[in-house]
Design a protein around this ligand. Sequence first.
Ligand code: SAM
Length: 347
Amino acid sequence: MSSPKLTDGLGRAISYMRLSVTDRCNLSCTYCAGGPREFIPHPDILRYEECTSLISLARSLGVSKVRLTGGEPFVRKGFTDFVVRTLTDFPGLDLRITTNATLLTPNIDTLARAGLGRVNISLDTLDRAKYQRITGCDLYAEVRRAIDACLAAGIKVKVNCVAMRGVNQEELPGFVNLARQLPIDLRFIEFMPVGGANGWDQTTVWSAEEIIAEAGKLVGLIPVGRENQLGKTGEAEANRGPARMFEIEGGLGRLGVISPLSCHFCATCNRLRLTSDGRLRTCLFSDKTYNLRPLLRHPKLGPDAVRRVIEAAIRTKPEGYKLLRERMKNRIQGGSVCATRMHSIGG
Ligand code: SAM
């Protein structure tokens, strides 16, 4: 694919799309769902063919990375088949899945055979009882099984852990150990004030700097240069991202931090997000969305109309840290930077 064609008003080239296939999830994580949820009615969820049209359009606009997310993508019927079809239809596309991995294991062989190279797995604790407290489900063992099965099948694994002071901070040695023993990228993501009542306040922030400083007391950490964020085996350049990664001395895996709060990466943000009901979101922290679904479903309109809306929306893509600072300062929505909950956005 040639160089990106989608550029926003600040000159940022857009090459990465997060596409949510459902807002439903079998877990109900405190920091994400934060209580009872209302789900989007089925008729409003994009059909798989519509998702395929959007991927095709995004490809033509220079998008090279697509992440399928949710809710939990594997709760949607037919999801594995959709991934297989997408891998076949779009050779060369850097396609990955973001999942809680509780429903992943039975699908791993099919996905590996179809050529899926990577998954991002969410895991916020290494303690079974705590896992149940955070997620509402006793499925910790299932997630660990899925991680091992992915590695055995040759699928690379990134483990994402939401860093929450007072929740999982004391588990740092265990997480560091996991990344030493397994060939995974383990990334701590700063807990974000997204979606209202998710338990976030200043006291729950465990910053990226603190994590790296504390981890550095446990093991030798060797920074992976931004210019060389290609992984041990020199995978694609597309593997770059907002994470600051570190090799672990004598370890098999790597440790990383993603710091949307303490050290934002808006200047290099290359993302657009599509929610499962077809709303384009140009910034995680902004509730402004562009509804593409009516255009996709209109008998006379089609990809051209959708393309025009995407291009216009991208031109005004905001810098999220400004929204974050302003809202935090004014305590709008009880300190939460946007009202939409993460399970509806897709992370
Ligand atoms: N169900 C899938 C999963 O668990 O990965 C995909 C959806 S989930 C909303 C996507 C990502 O968002 C996960 O890595 C999750 O940990 C992260 N996330 C959700 N709420 C968050 C918050 N308040 N702060 C930081 N990350 C959050």
